[in-house]
Write a protein that binds this ligand. Sequence first.
Ligand SMILES: Nc1ncnc2c1ncn2[C@@H]1O[C@H](COP(=O)(O)OP(=O)(O)OP(=O)(O)O)[C@@H](O)[C@H]1O
Ligand SMILES: [Mg+2]
Length: 353
Amino acid sequence: MLARVYSCAMIGLDGVVVEVEVDYTSGFPGMTIVGLPDAAIQESRERVQAAVRNAGVPFPRKRLVVNLAPASVRKEGPAYDLPIALGVLIYTGMLPPEAAEGTMVVGELSLDGTVRHARGVLPMAATARQAGFKRIVVPEADAAEAALIPDLEVIPVSSLGVLYNHLAGRKPVPAYTRLEVEDAPLFPPTDFGEVKGQEHVKRALEVAAAGGHNVLMIGPPGSGKTLLARALPGILPKMSIDEALDVTRIYSVADQLPPETPLLRNRPFRAPHHTISHAGLVGGGNWPHPGEISLAHHGVLFLDELPEFGMRVLEVLRQPLEDKVVTISRAQGSLTFPASFQLVGARNPCPCR
Ligand SMILES: Nc1ncnc2c1ncn2[C@@H]1O[C@H](COP(=O)(O)OP(=O)(O)OP(=O)(O)O)[C@@H](O)[C@H]1O
Ligand SMILES: [Mg+2]
């Protein structure tokens, strides 16, 4: 009997609900995955088969076919392992078909059935909430991130076996409730008060902070330019909860969110080295990922030793500086990432003077 489980694909920062269907076809025992999967999903065949066996369930001696719908959306990453494995359990009759109703499932599997961290859990949970799902099953490590979305039950699972026992009603997993603990800040700012003297520069930075202006600091080596730039985020207004969620969503998709910091409350401070590539700065890659300018969204992008950045690299900053977003075009389509940052540059005076 056909089994159906729901998961989520990410297109840039937006999620799309994906139906994972499991059925069988004629052929040698094994598994075929269709529906525009990338290499990581093709490899999920091996992980799912091993994990299902290690959860104590014999893998069906049939040719299973897994369809990821809608087929027009490209799927990437290993987060479909868990929904596929769950689909197999339902298909074999180990779980009733209604076990996964109203539930979105994401997670990568190890061969022993352990569920590993998945990136993009926050926007996926937001998509689940929007699409009317009641609950989301996530890796244990990502539960705090998913719990940022209100009115959505979060079921943290550590292994396929745990999920199996939960859905079979043998050993229910309690829904995750967020503890109000102080998160470890990812960007602890330098204290502005530590900067001695330099009253005119500090005044200029205060004006920039109040008005959201871009700044260029020119001064001899050792005059404190780097120090002053690092102190700027500390005097910027606190992020609103919506801004914090916006920023966290970007870090979640870029897989740069540490597990002990489910919500980024401090404004980001990004200081890429001048050897950075185009794609690293504005975002890109085969599957477009957010670049430094998007990771600096609602925060500060600090380009130290500004003239060392190549002319071409600086030119690509023009459009995002004006539009506050960056659009990356690829053969598969174009994606827009937010990039509303404050640019701070520092350089030494021209040697000709
Ligand atoms: N006004 C200041 N108050 C406190 N510390 C300062 C001040 N100016 C410089 N320093 C200290 O001096 C050292 C050098 O400063 P910093 O690296 O910020 O200089 P810089 O202008 O960036 O130099 P470079 O052009 O070589 O990059 C740092 O350890 C910094 O903490
Ligand atoms: Mg410096």
